[in-house]
Design a protein around this ligand. Structure first.
Ligand code: ARG
Length: 505
């Protein structure tokens, strides 16, 4: 996060940069004074005799983090200006002057030559100030019938719609990696675990796709959330609408929103859609953390199930032999931070009376942080898995312990009419004997009066996993079906994420 001081530096460097479209010198930020000497005015200067203190600006500014909303703010302003023309509140000439000024301000922001003023407490203020500088009296009409409350809420919703779809696209990319790895793993298997104890062997493909399905639900959740994000608050004004003949439905349509608000207090006074988006991001972060934890284990010498590509591992500054799974560890670690983003916003929202409260400005940093971390994490984990090498031989050796087929022995007895509880006890006592080191389980089974050679064959390496035949199970037969079902589901998720954002009119 940049601080107001960074902004001051930005100003300085922007001043030095070859200015393309700036006409005149901008006021300088004055440090260490309790009153800015700026000639730029606050949006509310008429009501106030004095200017804002430096302490107030430093504590309340949001420009340092909401400047990334500039494309959305400009888009919202364009729609608003067109709406003002339609309502005959400004002339077409004024509209064109404002639109041109918005274009120019956007160009400056894009090329990083936009010069911020000390009085620019947020991106909305900065853009309106610049538009007024460029367009003169017409620019002063831009904010007609609008408040920063509906303006900033509109900007965040536009931003969120776009960014959530990018998250979905990154999930799809990770799912493709998992699918490709699953196909490549063929009939390779590893121990499946419960309680982190070896339980039954499962195909590696099955294991990888388990994460793939969970990520699919993350996309489904984003879809559900988007329906509640896709509502335009523009036209709610500060809280109560307007006396001017504005048409919220018109600007909503201009901006490509599916719906407009039903209640102006709710439009500017709610952040549940942001909390919900943060929850979706948090669950993705948690899913990534679980993948991460597995890879920390899998790449350890003790497991040795996988080796990371050099590009996706780090070394130690002191221990020459080390190859560390930092991506996997940070996927685990950053989930904690993202959970903090969610709980922080929930705490901010708690107990706030209707409608807008300045507390709501605190919605952006957790949202941006969670979005950035989850997007980076999805890309890093996808790259890590795509480039890693699985050691199927080690996985299978770990899965081929004789006791991994204990359930198959019990089920073999069940098929011969032995009640399951009795079968469980028979096999359990053989396992106990085998573990005591008397004889191999296979040998004990072969010589047991109720089992014998046919049952003993189930204990051979690689047999147990083939016995998982039920739909959705871990063996080669159902997994072949599952791979095709996942491929079809993934095509659906991919298609949605590619076309989710309708083209703007
Ligand atoms: N930066 C503010 C925010 O993000 C904009 C709204 C300020 N509104 C106000 N009435 N002071 O919430």
């Amino acid at each position: 996060m940049s601080t107001p001081d960074d902004n001051a530096q930005d100003n300085a460097s922007a001043r030095e940069a070859p200015a393309t479209s700036r006409g005149r010198e901008q006021p300088k930020r004055s440090e260490g004074q309790s009153r800015p000497t700026s000639t730029a005015k606050t949006l509310w200067h008429g009501r106030f005799e004095g200017g804002p203190s430096a302490e107030l600006m430093a504590f309340t500014e949001s420009l340092s983090f909401d400047r990334r909303l500039w494309p959305d703010d400009i888009e919202g302003s364009r729609a608003h200006v067109i709406g003002l023309t339609r309502a005959r509140l400004i002339t077409e000439a004024e509209r064109d002057a404002i639109l041109a000024a918005l274009d120019q301000a956007g160009g400056e922001l894009l090329s990083d030559s936009f010069v911020f003023a000390p009085s620019d407490e947020d991106i909305h203020t900065a853009i309106e100030r610049r538009v007024t500088e460029i367009a003169g009296p017409a620019g002063a009409k831009l904010h007609t019938g609008r408040s920063r409350n509906d303006q900033s809420a509109t900007g965040v919703r536009l931003w969120l719609k776009r960014e959530l779809i990018v998250v979905a696209q990154r999930i799809v990319a990770l799912q493709h990696v998992l699918l490709d790895s699953a196909v490549e793993a063929r009939d390779g298997y590893l121990p499946g675990y419960t309680h982190m104890q070896r339980a039954q062997p499962v195909l590696l493909a099955h294991h990888l796709l388990a994460h793939g399905w969970a990520l699919g639900r993350d996309i489904d959740r984003i879809r559900g959330t988007l329906a509640r994000v896709d509502i335009s608050p523009l036209g709610a004004g500060a809280l109560a609408g307007s006396s001017l003949p504005l048409d919220p439905a018109f600007t909503a349509e201009q901006l490509g929103f599916a719906n407009t608000f039903e209640n102006s207090l709710d439009a500017v006074g709610s952040r549940d859609h942001i909390a919900e988006a943060l929850f979706d991001l948090t669950l993705i972060a948690i899913n990534l953390s679980r993948i991460g934890e597995e890879w920390v284990l899998w790449t350890s010498a003790e497991f040795g199930f996988a080796e990371l590509d050099d590009g996706y591992a780090t070394g130690s500054s002191m221990l020459p032999q080390k190859k560390n799974p930092d991506i996997a560890e940070l996927a685990r670690g950053k989930a904690g931070r993202v959970i903090g983003d969610l709980t922080g916003l929930l705490a901010t929202m708690k107990g706030l009376p209707l409608s807008y409260n300045r507390d709501y400005q605190e919605d952006k940093e957790p949202l941006f942080d969670a979005m950035d971390q989850v997007r980076l994490g999805l890309g890093a984990i996808a790259g890590m898995i795509a480039t890693a090498t699985f050691d199927i031989r080690r996985m299978q050796a770990a899965a081929d312990s004789e006791t991994g087929s204990a359930t198959d022995l019990a089920e073999w007895l069940v098929e011969r009419d032995v009640p399951f509880r009795e079968a469980h006890a028979i096999v359990g006592s053989l396992v106990r004997e085998a573990l005591a080191g008397e004889s191999s389980l296979r040998n004990l089974v072969a010589h047991h009066p109720r089992l014998g050679d046919e049952a003993a064959a189930l204990v051979a390496p690689g047999v147990a996993v083939t016995r998982r035949t039920t739909p959705g199970g871990a063996g080669p037969k159902p997994v072949a079906v599952q791979i095709e079902r996942f491929r079809a589901a993934l095509a659906g998720w991919a298609n949605w994420s590619e076309f989710a954002l309708p083209a703007r009119p």
